[in-house]
Write a protein that binds this ligand. Structure first.
Ligand SMILES: CC(C)(COP(=O)(O)OP(=O)(O)OC[C@H]1O[C@@H](n2cnc3c(N)ncnc32)[C@H](O)[C@@H]1OP(=O)(O)O)[C@@H](O)C(=O)NCCC(=O)NCCS
Length: 187
């Protein structure tokens, strides 16, 4: 946070107004619930979520799926005010929650057009783990709201999986780095 800016903090999402706001956020940003990522279908509304607040306004949100074999998945991350620390704060909140639940690593799936997210995650300790060519094209058959052309005018086709070890160790093994599992990923 810079001087003169209101403090941003993250809090677990509550029922009611928080959940209604999240549903709208996902409609606007991700073409609605569910999300297809990592070869799985995630129903965002059923996931644990954190909301970022600034001066009484909701300014971002993150959802995650709890650890399986020690690895949790960050399923969605949205900062409505970019470059002000909202994404970092939410990532930290999710990492802390996953660690508290016994997780040792956090995985995230993004798409080939999301150059900003690829930089954001890699600057925060994430390593590339898998590339799933054509995975978004498969997901789009299930979720036609996934755009054909994404950020920076790049066709959205492929899925990239990144992982960060929460204990600060070098990733030594990637439990689910197998190639195409035939399921729908992506957005
Ligand atoms: C990717 C995304 C979540 C990043 O969120 P963000 O809030 O912009 O991220 P942050 O502000 O924490 O960090 C971005 C930069 O701002 C800088 N920053 C942090 N706090 C800051 C502050 N108070 N003032 C100015 N800059 C600041 C950080 O240093 C960071 O730079 P770095 O990455 O070079 O280290 C955001 O761009 C987003 O919502 N994108 C659209 C949705 C999306 O693609 N989500 C990911 C799906 S996989």
């Amino acid at each position: 946070m810079r001087e003169g800016e209101a403090a941003v903090y993250a809090a677990p999402a509550a029922d009611g107004a928080d959940r209604a706001w999240l549903a709208q956020l996902w409609r606007d940003g991700w073409g609605g619930d569910p999300m297809y990522s990592g070869g799985r279908v995630h129903h965002l509304a059923r996931l644990e979520a954190f909301i970022a607040w600034e001066a009484g306004r909701r300014v971002g949100a993150a959802t995650y799926a709890p650890p399986e074999d020690g690895v949790a998945e960050l399923v969605s991350l949205d900062a409505l005010v970019p470059g002000r620390g909202v994404g970092s704060l939410l990532l930290q909140a999710v990492s802390d929650a996953v660690r508290a639940r016994g997780g040792r690593a956090l995985k995230v799936v993004t798409t080939n057009d999301n150059l900003d997210a690829l930089g954001f995650y890699q600057r925060r300790g994430f390593r590339l783990m898998a590339l799933r060519p054509g995975a978004v094209d498969v997901a789009r058959r299930h979720k036609p709201t996934i755009p054909l052309v994404g950020r920076h005018g790049i066709p959205v086709r492929d899925e990239l999986v990144l992982i960060a070890e929460l204990a600060g160790e070098e990733p030594s093994s990637f439990p689910d780095s197998g190639g195409d599992d035939g399921a729908a990923p992506g957005s």
